[in-house]
Write a protein that binds this ligand. Structure first.
Ligand code: FES
Ligand SMILES: [Fe+2]
Length: 347
């Protein structure tokens, strides 16, 4: 379920810009202060896993004390530790077999078993926390930000379904904006959930300290269920800057259907999308069916968003055209600007 954040070795090192960084240094410094999901906890088993966050290569490994997220770089000769193996609760490097414990300390040099171990043989460990079945990482050790809430995850009235991570060749801001866009349903999703209701009624968007809240009522129907076409659906988006959205769809007769959409910005042009569904109804419906349906919906979005130009989300409102139906994205872009991000996510 949830676990406290991994403590950092003291003193905490300052966050360092990764090599080959695709973000401008100032944008990277802002984005590094947030928690981002990097993997599903269930996908980190008995061997190390390589992930990337904001261009930082990270190795995830499991020991008896829990999960560790460290720079994927052996302190001896710079081999990726994700090529190594877990042996007796230690991560052993694939090159010379040096072993590292949960705190990133080197505990064994096989070539010299009896010699003292230099203190510099220490991995750079990042703050990490398990929440909602995901492992979240914050690269800035001095940040006081928090992981966005997802109360339905622990609510027994809801069935929780984790969608396998999706990898998009797109900027995280573009991905999140598409998730919260209410004007594309009738065009992008006509083969999945949206019957022909292209008109976007007036809706309400409120800026909030965490980002924004959008409240939208529409007549989006379900083409696989014609009787649903006449229903009125209310959708409430809680957007947590920069890349997390919590959507609650209120079905008039059945209850709530929630999607947490959490983007991991691997780089300025690559995003892993972690989606978790929580539903108050249909608990007997096969989970595989729901996963397959969500994958189809996301694939419809992906086909468009990966082709948008410019690839980055323009934060300067003068760069693209906005109409009333785009109110959520206008407020989203304004909120990103207040974080101190530049005109786009890259230079
Ligand atoms: S590079 Fe890892 S042990 Fe030598
Ligand atoms: Fe969509």
């Amino acid at each position: 379920m949830s676990a406290p954040a991994t403590p950092l070795p003291d003193p905490s090192p300052a966050p360092a810009l990764p090599r080959h960084c695709t973000f401008s240094p100032s944008d990277w410094a802002v984005l590094a202060t947030f928690w981002h999901p990097v993997a599903r906890v269930a996908d980190i088993a008995d061997q190390p896993v390589a992930v990337r966050l904001l261009d930082q290569e990270i190795v995830l490994y499991r020991t008896s004390t829990g999960l560790t997220a460290a720079a994927d770089l052996c302190a001896h000769r710079g081999a990726p530790l994700s090529l190594g193996r877990l042996r007796e609760g230690r991560l052993a490097c694939a090159y010379h077999g040096y072993c590292y414990d949960a705190a990133g300390r080197c505990t064994a040099i096989p070539a010299h078993p009896d010699a003292p171990i230099p203190a510099k043989l220490h991995l750079r460990v990042f703050r990490s926390a398990e929440r909602y079945g995901l492992l979240w990482v914050c690269l800035d050790p001095h940040s006081s930000r928090e992981i966005p809430p997802f109360p339905e995850f622990a609510d027994p009235a809801f069935q929780v379904i984790s969608i396998p991570p999706l990898r998009w060749a797109a900027a995280a801001g573009r991905q999140l904006e598409s998730f919260c866009d209410v004007a594309h349903f009738a065009f992008v999703h006509e083969n999945t959930f949206a019957a022909a209701h292209p008109v976007v009624p007036r809706y309400h968007v409120e800026p909030a300290p965490h980002g924004l809240r959008a409240d939208f009522t529409s007549h989006v129907g379900n083409v696989s269920d014609p009787s649903a076409a006449a229903r009125v659906w209310r959708r409430v988006y809680e957007l947590h800057v920069p890349f997390v959205a919590h959507l609650t769809v209120h079905f008039p007769e059945q209850g709530r259907f929630v999607i947490l959409n959490a983007g991991c910005p691997r780089s300025a042009r690559q995003t892993d999308v972690f989606a978790i569904v929580a539903r108050e109804f249909d608990h007997d419906r096969p989970v595989e069916e729901t996963i397959a349906f969500q994958q189809r919906v996301y694939a419809e979005d992906q086909a468009i968003v990966e082709r948008q130009n410019p690839e980055d989300l323009p934060i300067d409102l003068a760069e693209e055209v906005h109409v009333r139906a785009d109110l959520t994205s206008v407020v989203y872009r304004r909120q990103l600007a207040t974080l101190g991000l530049g005109r786009t996510f890259t230079a």
